[in-house]
Design a protein around this ligand. Structure first.
Ligand code: SF4
Length: 434
């Protein structure tokens, strides 16, 4: 029997796994093209051995850009049925990954339900869950408590875990010295930072990184190296705290690869548009081409209620410059827990960003659907247009709400329809306008 622990180790040993075969097929690649990318860490296939229903996806800058949807209950919004409805809607709409960020109550049944029933990749942030799991104050938790929760999530079938391994006691001095406008805005990062401040100890996710690697290797859990110091406003973008942490994430990436553990690296955050491409390049250089997983980036700080748009602008630029994985941003960002409609808006915005980037970087087959849409538009073929649309329901509803007098046009121009006129002119037909 062919033995391997992780997809990375399999690829390094030349073993073609079922997951590698499926990902190659989805990406219109040959297996022998994909294998070296998985072996070198440029592509990850997040597929925990205990997540039996997974429909595997590859994440890497040369593959189709993938999108993640954050869900989970909070103390103020704690209905798991509503949360599950959002998961099903997200998967239906094409989310490739669901991160369960629940921060209230017993999180185990929901997490296990997700890995038992959801075919998308499942991610978690064990540091949030540590506080809930033990129902104790943060300062009373020990390093072992945190590591045990990582193991619990791995056993439960979680495919990737965000771990804030890159901040250390040195970061405490950095944050105090450099006086950022928004300090640390990463929820997990702020918990690790607060724990270090209260206990006087080193970051357990950094200090016991080798133990974590053992767990991740055993279950094939991909580590998503969290960026605790991701900028929370434009003024903090590309500052010393962010870049210093990124250097450490690069070192941790290489340590994981030595153990065949798959790694992604998380990134900004809020960032002026002109800094995004350079940030992607720095990450690629420092982290050896490990897939970059970005939250946004949000290109302005002043659009609460519309941050799915600020995030989509940044996401399109980031992905076209090398990011592989976009974390969706909803209109509720900075304001509230997203509801079902916010989730929908966030997914659509991220899908547009991802698709636009895939076209720009020439991902295999990405543009074919745009070409089909162009033909359907030229033919005034409305059914054909719905079949290519990212959100056909909304498109259909808008047309139905304002139907034209003549079926073969739309109510924008009516008989002045340029498409209709050109089709008729080129077919030598009479064009009646009045
Ligand atoms: S009526 Fe105008 S907007 Fe509508 S399909 Fe024709 S050209 Fe396009």
């Amino acid at each position: 029997m062919k033995h391997y622990a992780t997809q990375m180790e399999a690829a390094r040993k030349g073993i073609v796994t079922e997951a590698i075969e499926k990902v190659a097929e989805k990406e219109l690649m040959r297996v022998d093209e994909l294998m070296p990318l998985v072996a070198s860490g440029k592509v990850v296939i997040c597929a925990n051995k205990n997540h039996k229903v997974i429909n595997p996806e590859g994440i890497g800058s040369m593959l189709k850009t993938k999108i993640n949807v954050n869900l989970g209950i909070s103390k103020d919004c704690k209905d798991y049925d509503v949360e599950l409805e959002k998961v099903m809607e997200a998967v239906k709409m094409g989310a490739h990954a669901i991160m369960d960020l629940s921060s209230h109550g017993n999180t185990i049944p929901f997490r296990r339900k997700l890995t038992a029933e959801c075919p998308a990749m499942i991610g978690t942030v064990p540091v949030y869950d540590s506080v809930i799991h033990y129902q104790r104050d943060l300062s009373t938790l020990t390093a072992k408590d945190f590591i045990d929760v990582v193991r619990l999530h791995a056993e439960d079938g979680v495919d990737f875990v965000t771990l804030h391994c890159g901040i250390t006691r040195k970061t405490i001095d950095q944050i105090r010295k450099h006086k950022r406008k928004t300090n640390i805005v990463s929820r997990g990062g702020s918990l690790v930072f607060a724990w270090m401040c209260m206990t006087g100890e080193e970051n357990p996710f950094y200090e016991y990184y080798d133990d974590i690697l053992e767990i991740c290797r055993e279950y094939d859990v991909t580590i998503s190296l969290g960026d605790a110091c991701r900028p929370g406003c434009l003024a903090d973008a590309s500052d010393v705290c962010q870049i210093e942490e990124l250097v450490r994430l690069g070192e941790l990436t290489k340590r994981a690869w030595e153990r065949d553990v798959q790694v992604m690296v998380e990134g900004p955050g809020h960032m002026p548009l002109d800094q995004i491409a350079a940030n992607m390049k720095i990450q690629e250089t420092l982290c050896g081409g490990a897939p970059f997983y970005v939250l946004g980036p949000l290109v302005t700080d002043i659009a609460p209620g519309y941050d799915h748009i600020t995030g989509a602008i940044g996401g399109a630029i980031a992905a076209s410059a090398g990011a592989a994985f976009l974390c969706y941003v909803t209109p509720a960002e900075h304001l509230a827990l997203p509801n079902v409609n916010d989730v929908k808006q966030g997914i659509i915005a991220s899908k547009i960003a991802a698709h636009a980037a895939d076209i720009a970087k020439g991902v295999r087959g990405a543009r074919a659907i745009d070409d089909r849409m162009a033909e359907a538009r030229r033919n005034l073929d409305w059914e054909g247009q719905w079949s290519c649309a990212i959100d056909p329901e909304t498109a259909k509803a808008i047309r139905a709400d304002r139907m034209p007098e003549h079926e073969d046009t739309c109510s924008m121009c009516g008989k002045f329809c340029a498409v209709r006129s050109m089709n008729k002119a080129l077919a030598n037909e009479h064009i009646d306008i009045l």
